[in-house]
Design a binder for this molecule. Structure first.
Ligand SMILES: [Zn+2]
Length: 163
């Protein structure tokens, strides 16, 4: 088994949708970024790439590539799953911590877990998403953006036992 860690942060900006773990929060200020700026999914991508020793999100999905402009980050996560599979690895579990003054995730957490889990091909029980505020401290505390940390465990795809 191998473990990886990921971190990401995006600032809020005008005229953007807020997408976290593939779930849209209508009416909330969105985050600036080349893709859909899904800070949660980006942290998960970096954790998985780190676990597999495959570099980072900037290497595989560069800002200079028009293909990823306003792209769904879940689509990128799907590509990462394929990269892992090509190396005979599969995700085991993912744990995310989010620091944000807004939005309140509340009832949307289950939906977020399901989006990530289905993209990764694992049960939602193996995807955890936790949110906290920064208690008014620093850029996140001033509600200038959202930060996310993720840890991911991956394991070799096991061949089915011969009967
Ligand atoms: Zn990002």
């Amino acid at each position: 088994m191998r473990v990886g860690v990921g971190f990401d942060i995006h600032p809020f900006g005008e005229g953007r949708r807020l997408v976290l773990a593939g779930v849209e929060f209508a009416g909330e200020p969105g985050l600036l970024g080349h893709s859909d700026a899904d800070v949660v999914t980006h942290a998960v991508i970096d954790a998985l790439l780190g676990a597999a020793g495959l570099g980072d999100i900037g290497r595989h999905f560069p800002d200079s590539d028009e293909r990823w402009r306003d792209a769904s980050s879940l689509e990128m996560l799907g590509s990462v799953r394929q990269m892992l599979e090509a190396d005979n690895y599969q995700p085991v579990n993912v744990d995310v911590s989010l620091a944000a003054e807004r939005p309140r995730l509340g009832s949307r957490v289950e939906e977020m877990r399901e989006r990530l889990a289905s993209t990764l091909g694992i049960d939602p029980r193996f995807v955890s998403i936790k949110a906290t505020t920064a208690e008014g401290l620093g850029a996140v505390g001033r509600a200038e953006g959202i930060a996310a940390w993720a840890v991911a465990l991956i394991d070799r795809v096991r061949e089915p036992e011969m009967p």
